[in-house]
Design a protein around this ligand. Sequence first.
Ligand code: NDP
Length: 448
Amino acid sequence: MSDYDYDLFVIGAGSGGVRAARVSSAHGARVAIAEEYRVGGTCVIRGCVPKKLLVFGAHFAEDLKDARRFGWNVPDCDFDWKTLRDNVLADVDRLEGLYTQTLGNHKVEIIPERATIAGPHEVKLASGKTVTAKYILVATGAWPMVPEVEGAEHGVTSNEVFHLDECPKRVVIAGGGYIANEFAGIFHEFGAHVTLVNRSDQMLRSYDAQIRDRLLQISMGKGINFRFNAQMERIEKNEDGTMCIRIKDGDPIACDLLLFATGRKPKSDSLGLEEVGVEIDDKGAIKVDDHNRTNVESIYAVGDVTNRVQLTPVAIREGHAFADTVFGGNPRTVDYGCIPSAVFSHPPLAAVGMTEAEARNKLGTVKVYTSDFRAMKNVLANRNERALYKMIVDATTDRVVGLHMIGPDAPEILQAAAVAVKAGLTKQDFDDTVALHPSMAEELVLLK
Ligand code: NDP
């Protein structure tokens, strides 16, 4: 029996923390997990899950319109935000229950309060109690970053957007990344007039230029407005609750909702990390080695608070690797190569591996194959929206080093194709695979 109250104390019950807690417990550790808000963290409570449900909800706007071309007699339909909002929030409650149950089944003690670090082996709870643990794992995630603009308090972030009383008629979204493009699509499909305001002239900068240009073209074609190189100067709230967004060197924009989607900052403040000597970088990220260990031997960190790759499946892998390493007698690290990702915009885009620009810089000679097509369903629906698939191949080895797609179901298709890219398969391997016809995915094995 160790001298500590617990073998492991996890701070933060999000994706990374929950996985680390339950696997460590399965390896025989005595584990407690503290959560100041709700079990499930950003992904389940106010991120990936409710967002994806809103994306499904938004898609019906197009599906109902398209259905007429497929012979369905669809009457004019109304959208009721409150029904969708409440159903989504109820599903979030359900999932929170499941996460809580899973922790309970694994004999992890859940402590529903804020915890801070009081020493290398000591955690202080909000109630005033101090507990000890052989190891402490920080998995507190990240928090929306709101730029310093006069009147910024009148805007909301992704934390609040799922709880709106009404669906706004005019929405301004600050930022041009994942959340901005996903919510631009969602609100537009719900009938709002959407303007995306970005400080630079590029959106989704980590994605391939041709793919993001296609999203921009399609989004503009649908009626979403974009203001690039635009700096917000001031946000004014009117007595009737509407807002006026003042832009430097540009026309002001009137709106009912301002959503800040300007990045997420590691949530490392006021956790007692500096006091105990844990190193934090200039962006607030906890510095860790390949085994998720900080410079303080007994303190580890996983997930967004380490700002490596801000994606749920990565945090889960880090949490699992931590548990196997520290309690499972199986030291292992996470492989960060070829992580697939997607933006659930309308239409969605997805990618794995190097963009064309990255491949040209790194490899010199590359071959690029593209398929620019209108999905069969879009043709019959008279929907003038073209998909674009792009394959980047190392010209010397024939190895596929990147796949980039925009079009219906792109994330679903890319997840499977990412296995081939990760496995290092060649363009010839793709060509040798017989097409599955008729499908959109067959374009991947027919690229010329
Ligand atoms: P992103 O990093 O994707 O985009 C941030 C945007 O805000 C960029 O356009 C950036 O401009 C702009 N920006 C940054 N700082 C400022 C500032 N001070 N003032 C004005 N604009 C600014 O962040 P998101 O908030 O959209 O999402 C956060 C993270 O969450 C993502 O990086 C992603 O890892 C994760 N996420 C993943 C999703 C998915 O997997 N589908 C969905 C949602 C979030 P510039 O490019 O010019 O710097």
